[in-house]
Design a protein around this ligand. Structure first.
Ligand code: GRF
Length: 228
């Protein structure tokens, strides 16, 4: 699958389809670890022939395993190591410099475990998406599955939202839910939610890429679907 995509990308880039490629939107994906959501987006874009290319996968951690998938798929897999920078401002400035080389229409946070500066968020306002593993506004922050178990909620899930300077509080694009079982542990709940994320995030990104989303008074209006 990955090798096949590499071949197809090469054919598209060097096979006289330059005009078509220019019409393609550019998506940059930021990761910090395994990048399973990034993989789901890459696969969906490929299988469903989105009018978009994943132009770069950027990690703040050199050892992020998701980088291998990206490289094998023929996608530039780039490291901007946060540890090489004196502070958050310097790191975010370097990250912006790297991202902007790929002139993104959309920047996708997919398990990117860094708090971003206001300047960064403002720069990409309206074209910066994140997935959070809870039904926001419940359980922002870390350890969301444990938070859900501790609260005793019966339904849990995942949220795709536009990123604003207020952590985990941006306009909600899409949500999906699972039932919480009495027997659930943090691990079993996390696994069920992650499976949902792999379906939800690509669909939400596609809605954006195809121009269906707009933000009105802090709420996302989806021109056609209305809901997921
Ligand atoms: C996902 O659960 C995502 O919701 C959260 O971090 C996790 C990243 O997983 N932000 P992966 O790197 O996409 O596999």
């Amino acid at each position: 699958m990955v090798t096949w995509r590499l071949h197809r990308l090469r054919r598209a880039e060097y096979g006289g389809q330059a005009g078509k490629m220019r019409a393609m939107k550019s998506i940059v994906i930021l990761i910090s670890g395994r990048g399973s959501n990034m993989q789901a987006i890459v696969r969906a874009a490929d299988a469903e022939q989105w009018p978009a290319r994943i132009t770069a996968v950027i990690s703040n951690r050199p050892q992020a395993s998701g980088l291998h998938f990206a490289a094998l798929a023929g996608i530039p897999a780039v490291v901007v190591d946060h540890q090489a920078y004196a502070d958050r401002d310097a790191f975010d400035a370097a990250l912006v410099g790297c991202i902007d080389q790929y002139t993104p229409d959309l920047v996708v946070l997919a398990g990117f475990m860094r708090i971003l500066t206001r300047d960064f968020v403002e720069r990409y306002r309206g074209r910066l998406l994140n997935i959070h593993p809870s039904l926001l506004p419940s359980f922002p922050g870390l350890s969301t599955h444990q938070q859900a178990l501790t609260a005793g909620v019966k339904v849990h899930g995942a949220t795709v939202h536009f990123v604003t300077p207020d952590l985990d509080h941006g306009p909600i694009v899409a949500q999906a839910a699972v039932a919480v079982h009495d027997t659930d542990t943090e691990a079993t709940l996390a696994a069920r939610v992650l499976a949902l994320e792999h379906d939800l995030y690509p669909r939400a990104v596609r809605r954006f890429i195809e121009g269906h989303l707009r933000i009105e008074k802090g709420h996302v209006i989806d021109r056609v679907a209305g809901h997921y």
